[in-house]
Design a protein around this ligand. Sequence first.
Ligand code: NAD
Length: 252
Amino acid sequence: MKRLDGKVAIITGSNRGIGKGIAIALAGEGCKVVVNSYKEDDDAKNAVEEIKGLGSDAVFIKANVTREIDVKELVEKAVKRFGKLDVLVNNAGILVAGTADKLSEKDWDRQMDVNLKGVFMCTKYAVRQMLKQGKGGRIINISSIAGLVGFPGISAYCASKGGVTEFTREVALDYAKYGITVNALNPGVIVTDMTKAMLADGSTKKALLESTPVGRFGQPEDIGNAAVFLALDESGFITGHNLVVDGGWTAR
Ligand code: NAD
């Protein structure tokens, strides 16, 4: 018996990177998973195949988290395919660097749309489904240490993740009495496409590593393991929490 046998999860933005790491970790514990992205590419197909190879069931559902109709259909299609929804992981996100004096309005809006509005809309339709089922649920938001402490040069990203941090606390209060827990994971620097350019620069890489006390960058499975913990039935007394998974970055 695996720890998430019989559960069904949607992980937004899970064709690659941290989302894929979370989908694999949940599937490894017996969870049926919906892999999602705004486009159906080879990464999406490969993620589904890899998860099926673990012996768990997986399906890809295309949806842009910034479009309400897509999000509504994402939840409907997931429930049609697997019969219910137990876990939502709000992982889809984008980062466009820029200090306040240089960032365009368009890049501010894009990051707010995906990173914050997307979390709201997926939460809205997932919670409606969980309330209908009447058996509680788990919502796990992938925020960032940039949603807890300042991080130079990425103004809109910090603002959007700060919003996710606070939205997590508020939504937790609204649905605690229904057994729906709402928590955030706040990763430090994780090796994915999002950080590829940053880590390709030798001096930036050195500075980031020096700020990470455990002496290594995180991998998607580090976040996947933490997501499994929050998804468990046994984690039902944890809600409204922002859990750092940052190799000690914010402990300094
Ligand atoms: P990534 O760029 O590899 O993955 C982002 C994912 O989001 C992709 O699967 C992409 O398809 C999806 N996505 C983007 N826009 C979307 C939309 N409109 N609708 C649906 N899906 C969309 O980056 P990642 O590092 O894996 O990031 C995943 C999450 O983790 C993000 O929320 C990011 O902010 C957060 N995070 C990353 C790090 C890091 O160091 N990599 C640190 C802290 C937080």
